[in-house]
Design a protein around this ligand. Structure first.
Ligand code: PLP
Length: 415
């Protein structure tokens, strides 16, 4: 008799991506069916009222739960190692639903000083309108983090590696500070995926993902997932998700379920390509700095093998020259695509100062290390030599149009 309980504790991550949290289908379908339905019918009024009262298990309405989104929640939670998950309409839906479920007027939250631009906008502009005090702190500095804690601090939120310049934070240290202050720690694990980092093991209370990125991996869905302990996920589902409504569509869940199956092989290829591209960029004369956790001298190496099991495939690099030079290089690329996402098969490139992080005021942006010439590259699954060749031809314009002219004091132009 086959054991269908899919206890993933003895499996390696590659196996969990395919089998973890999977429930056998009633008809024996290999692939989880897509329940593309808004609502669920009741046999009679008694059954309807029993479902609403919670006296009978079963589905009611897809905003409250759907078998396809439930399958995805179980699958991602199994990968992260948490008992429960909640699927959300977008990554920002996951950030806002997870945070707001635990907050009320007068509470204080502590946020890492380098987070995705819309997370920054949510915390710095929206939260404060509802009487939630917000402080941004360098969470790579435990003393500064400890000093910023208040008796009213309820939540700490971080990304590691941090968007977009890959600052790495010791999650266990920040979890200890949070718990000492009776606060929860929420980690945005989008850049790493559960294959390269499982924040639960470092003590995070909740993990969120933009499933738009590596979890789906095919660039055709905008979605998010929250993973956590049963009580916390139950609270999120019954409050901020149910009533604010940023739940995932079953069709999106179905597409992500398909993407998840190849997460392990995709991440291996992403990481191999990224290391090769990072080494190429590092030796380029027009590049002032390359930020990549895979370099032997990167501070992230201290956490390799414990917190991190790979460096990921996002690289940030700073060009010599100006804001205009950075934009010129992007415009000269032929195969690499200018787009503000990451984790897709296609290599994507973007200019944080004018795109993802344009919501930051200039001073805060520069303080977070997001300079005018910083470029973010999400290394895809193409052959690494082709990615490098495209970068090489685009960067060659720097010597001709950018730096030479700038030295003569000309305004750089291109077109
Ligand atoms: N978290 C990180 C690290 C991101 O990079 C993004 C988007 O780029 C988000 C959250 C938001 O995700 P979404 O665009 O799916 O709402």
């Amino acid at each position: 008799m086959r054991n269908n309980n899919n206890d993933n504790t003895q499996w390696q991550p590659a196996t969990v991506t395919i089998h973890g949290g999977k429930r056998p289908d009633v008809h024996g379908a290999l692939v989880a069916p897509l329940y593309q339905t808004a609502t669920f019918t009741f046999a009679n009024t008694e059954q309807g009222s029993a479902r609403f009262a919670g006296d009978e298990p079963g589905y009611i309405y897809s905003r409250l739960g759907n078998p396809t989104t439930d399958e995805l929640e179980r699958r991602v939670a199994a990968l992260e190692g948490y008992p429960a998950g909640a699927a959300t309409a977008t990554g920002m839906g996951a950030v806002s639903a997870a945070m707001l479920a635990f907050l009320q007027q007068g509470d204080h939250v502590l946020i890492s000083d380098a987070v995705y631009g819309c997370s920054y906008a949510l915390f710095s502009q929206l939260f404060i309108r509802f009487g939630i005090a917000v402080d941004f702190v360098d969470m790579a500095d435990p003393d500064a983090t400890q000093a910023a804690m208040r008796p009213t601090t309820r939540l700490l939120f971080l990304e590691s590696p941090a968007n977009p310049h890959l600052k790495v934070i010791d999650i266990a240290v920040i979890a200890a500070i949070a718990h000492q202050g009776k606060a929860r720690l929420i980690v945005d694990n989008t850049f790493m995926t559960p294959l390269l980092q499982q924040p639960l093991k470092q003590g995070a209370d909740l993990v969120i993902h933009s499933a738009t990125k590596y979890l789906n991996g095919h660039g055709d869905v905008v979605a998010g997932v929250i993973c956590g302990h049963d009580d916390d996920i139950g609270l999120i589902k019954s409050t901020t998700l149910k009533d604010m409504g940023a739940t995932m569509s079953p069709h999106d869940a179905w597409l992500i379920l398909r993407g998840l199956k190849t997460l392990d092989v995709r991440m291996q290829r992403h990481c191999e390509n990224a290391l090769e591209v990072a080494h190429y960029l590092q030796q380029h004369p027009q590049i002032a700095a390359v930020h990549y956790p895979g370099f032997a001298d990167h501070p992230a190496q201290r956490l390799m093998g414990t917190q991190m099991h790979g460096a990921g495939a996002v690289i940030a690099f700073e060009l010599k020259g100006t804001f205009d030079n950075a934009r010129m290089v992007l415009d000269k690329l032929q195969m690499i695509t200018i787009a503000v996402s990451l984790g897709d098969a296609e290599t994507l490139i973007q200019h944080p100062a004018s795109m993802t992080h344009s919501a930051y005021p200039q001073e805060a942006r520069l303080q977070a290390g997001i300079t005018d010439t910083l470029i973010r590259l999400s290394v895809g699954l193409e052959a690494a030599p082709d990615i490098i060749a495209d970068l090489e031809q685009a960067l060659s314009y720097m010597a001709v149009a950018g730096v030479d002219r700038k030295q003569k004091g000309d305004k750089v132009s291109y077109g």
